[in-house]
Design a protein around this ligand. Structure first.
Ligand code: SF4
Length: 171
């Protein structure tokens, strides 16, 4: 009982550190990029949330922000970027195009980035206002603190499966 209490508190502290040290990789493809740049200016000051450093290598990032339309041909590239990122990692779909394909209802546009990778938070709007993005960032931070990100839930499920003997660790 004592040990369980200790590990849950350690998990809370680790999640607290994770949510205030997000290193984002912007995957920018279209016009939402202009609004995305506005967010990083001094007026909205995203540094207050510990998420101000963009990283242009997925291997150094843990937050993937998909900004703009994703075409079917870009899907495999987005998937590869996601797979190269460190774990645990989180994803945000920025704007209606990244969330649902937006008004591009045609054969070449993917109806949302969640067709090829899991998404933790969706931001509506065409383009979204910076205030909406800050709201989404705080929502993501809440999820990280509670361990409700997609990867965190998957890790927990795998851990439970190993404990129950339903899954074997190889290597
Ligand atoms: S949501 Fe609107 S602003 Fe953003 S990429 Fe789509 S069309 Fe452009």
């Amino acid at each position: 009982m004592g040990l369980e209490f200790y590990t849950s508190k350690l998990g809370d502290a680790v999640n607290w550190a994770r949510k205030y040290s997000l290193f984002q990789y912007p995957f920018v493809t279209a016009c939402c990029g202009m609004e995305f740049m506005a967010l990083w200016g001094p007026k909205y000051d995203v540094a207050r949330f510990g998420a101000e450093f963009p990283r242009f290598s997925p291997r150094q990032a843990d937050l993937l922000i998909i900004v703009g339309t994703i075409t079917e041909r870009q899907g495999p590239v987005l998937r590869r970027v996601y797979e190269q990122m460190c774990e645990p990692k989180w994803t945000v779909a920025f704007g209606v195009c990244a969330s649902t394909g937006g008004f591009y209802q045609n054969y070449s546009v993917m109806p949302g980035a969640d067709q090829c990778i899991p998404i933790d938070v969706y931001i509506p709007g065409c383009p979204p206002r910076p205030e909406q993005v800050l709201d989404a960032l705080q929502l993501l931070q809440d999820k990280i603190q509670k361990g409700e990100g997609y990867i965190q839930k998957r890790e927990r499920a795998e851990h439970e499966a190993v404990k129950a003997g339903k899954l074997k660790v190889v290597g």
